[in-house]
Unconditional design. Structure first.
Length: 175
């Protein structure tokens, strides 16, 4: 378990609201993945510097965000060349952007455990070696097998969409 805690917190709110606690975003991620119907988007950088964004199947497990991508997808090719990325999601009561580096997970035990997590949320994933397979996935994932990626969190920005309102940037040391 990583148990990320911010090394610094900066209040971005211009309307007099205090900083949001990191636990607000973390607790919703913990409670709502993988069961809630959340849409995550990963943004990567192409070799020529242009941005690329795609929807991903993501889950928050033990204070770490994991997501999938086929080896031939633009996001996987981009991450192989440059692991820097951001992932955005609209959660209950807070919009969240996570920034860091994403690296492929090849530990067979972790891949098997994440397959179980995805299955508990309704996606019938199975581990086949160091990748995931299933009868179906989102079109943006490419054909199976799918690689599993782990985000090393460096920074997050949250904007509350319900009371108490506010906007906050959290910085993390990463691994």
């Amino acid at each position: 378990m990583t148990d990320y805690e911010p090394t610094s917190t900066r209040n971005l709110d211009r309307y007099g609201n205090g900083p949001l606690p990191w636990s607000r975003a973390r607790d919703v991620l913990t409670a709502d993945t993988p069961a809630a119907d959340l849409t995550f988007f990963v943004a990567t950088v192409r070799p020529d510097g242009r941005p690329h964004s795609a929807g991903v199947g993501a889950v928050w497990v033990d204070d770490v965000l994991y997501f999938v991508g086929g080896p031939g997808t633009r996001r996987s090719r981009n991450l192989a060349a440059n692991p820097a990325c951001s992932i955005s999601v609209r959660l209950r009561g807070i919009d969240l952007v996570l920034e860091g580096d994403a690296h492929r997970v090849t530990d067979l035990d972790v891949v098997a455990r994440l397959a179980e997590v995805y299955r508990s949320g309704g996606w019938p994933a199975t581990a086949e070696g160091d990748a995931l397979t299933a009868p179906f996935s989102a079109p943006s994932a490419g054909p199976p097998p799918w690689h599993l990626y782990r985000l090393t969190l460096r920074r997050a920005v949250g904007v509350a969409t319900e009371e108490p309102h506010g906007a906050t940037c959290w910085e993390f040391a990463g691994d």
